[in-house]
Design a protein around this ligand. Structure first.
Ligand code: NAP
Length: 399
């Protein structure tokens, strides 16, 4: 959406004004502005307070227009115009006419709470934010967990629009954002407290966004953010090189990517999943084992991406110096220490730079299995499926 710089001008000193007029277009052009009307005479139909010449310049966004107007280069030029002409200057932001969002919100936490569509005016775009029009939204278990109140200790504000990740097109950029511009395709894992993806517009900190390479389809870009960052960051918690790894819950989104990433760095990657998912995990390079087959004291890195009592297998299988990371449940640090190992409960952190880097370094990541793609308006069905459906693969929402 564009913003239009508008000026009406009465020139009083044409020599000085011509100097201004000769210098200004290059500044406008450098700021991405495009002259739609360049000083043409204005014909009055009513009223007698119009000035005689009209200028209209289009900018991609209000932020781009303000960047131009407040730039030191324009500040240096402005006195020439002010000395040589009487001007009225302003702008129209066409964003403001369309800057409404429909988001699916919850008024409180609870298993019984359903998401309701609420249309409201977009807040002013934060200086460090991107305003994104989602093209595909990916669901994660954390979405129903937040809805149910399992993470209520975090400082959520209500009404809250859930949704942690997705892909979309940048509509506008905040004034301090560098490296992104409107029209680009970006992917992001938003901070959970902010959420916001279950909507037709979402504001995300630019530091949490990554440009999507052209070769990456929307399914991957929407669904890689949370699992890829979680898997990568969890593996990095082990201080040394990983030799023998065990992934528990290897068929899930995080487990699949962890299995693949560990395959690049470890000598062996054993993987636990349900029998129906064994082929999928084998194709990722994991050596599928049963909990009983996961040998005692064998592994120097264990990822628990499943939760529940299977963590007993994890403790038993730790080698000396090993790291156990659970992304699902609390860990018994003392128990790991007594086996000369460490246990960490980890929560992944959004990081756009890390995401860009990982996407560039791992073009071979497996495309997500698509379980279902539903219209955004069916978000409650999608969440129900995610929580109770035991689906294999990702559920997507399409705005
Ligand atoms: N701490 C963090 O930062 C963080 C980040 C991402 C995810 N997580 C958590 O990590 C866990 C895995 O996340 P994910 O995104 O990989 O999940 P996912 O894609 O839904 O996969 C979960 C896997 O768990 C197994 N499973 C066991 N019981 C299940 C059930 N009742 N319903 C569905 N699946 C079940 C399934 O594998 P099998 O059928 O093969 O057993 C499934 O492939 C979740 O609990 C999630 O909340 C935490």
């Amino acid at each position: 959406m564009a913003a239009y710089f508008i000026a009406t001008i009465d020139v009083e000193d044409s020599k000085t004004f011509d100097l201004y007029r000769s210098l200004n277009p290059s500044l406008v052009e450098a700021a991405g502005g495009k002259y739609l009307v360049k000083g043409l005479p204005l014909t009055a139909l009513e009223g007698d307070d119009l000035r005689s010449r009209f200028v209209m310049i289009e900018f991609a966004s209000e932020a781009a227009l303000e960047r131009f107007y407040n730039s030191p280069e324009y500040a240096a030029l402005k006195p020439l115009r002010q000395r040589s002409a009487k001007s009225s200057i302003g702008y129209v932001n066409t964003d403001s006419a369309t800057s409404h969002r429909t988001g699916y919100q919850i008024p409180r936490f609870g298993d019984d709470v359903v998401l309701e569509p609420v249309t409201s005016a977009m807040p002013e775009l934060g200086p460090d934010d991107l305003r994104i029009q989602p093209t595909l939204i990916s669901l994660n278990p954390v979405d129903w967990k937040i809805q149910a109140g399992i993470l209520a200790a975090l400082p959520f504000a209500f009404p809250y629009t859930p949704g942690a990740e997705g892909v979309g097109i940048i509509e506008a950029v905040g004034t301090d954002v560098v490296g992104f511009r409107p029209g680009q395709r970006v992917m992001a894992f938003s901070s959970l407290v902010r959420g916001g993806w279950f909507a037709n517009k979402v504001d995300v900190s630019a530091s949490q966004c990554a440009l999507v390479p052209d070769a990456i389809p929307d399914e991957q870009a929407a669904a890689f953010n949370v699992p890829l960052l979680t898997a990568h960051q969890a593996i990095k918690l082990h201080p040394g090189a990983v030799k023998r790894a065990l992934v528990i819950g290897a068929s899930g989104s995080v487990g699949s990517i962890a299995t693949k990433l560990l395959g690049h760095i470890a000598e062996s990657v054993d993987a636990i999943c349900s029998p129906g998912n064994a082929d999928h995990v084998t194709a990722l390079g994991g050596n599928v084992v049963t909990p009983q087959e996961a040998a005692e004291g064998r592994y120097d890195f264990v990822l628990d991406a499943a939760g529940g009592p299977i963590i007993e297998t994890a403790y038993r299988s730790l080698a000396k110096g090993a790291t156990l990371v659970s992304i699902v449940q609390p860990v018994d640090e003392e128990r790991a220490r007594s086996a000369s190992a460490q246990a960490i409960r980890y929560s992944a952190q959004p990081d756009g730079g890390q995401l860009s880097d990982l996407m560039a370094r791992h073009p071979d990541l497996p495309a997500p299995r698509v379980a279902a793609t539903l219209p955004l308006a069916e978000v409650n069905t999608a969440l129900h499926l995610l929580k109770y459906g035991r689906v294999r693969g990702k559920i997507f929402l399409k705005p």
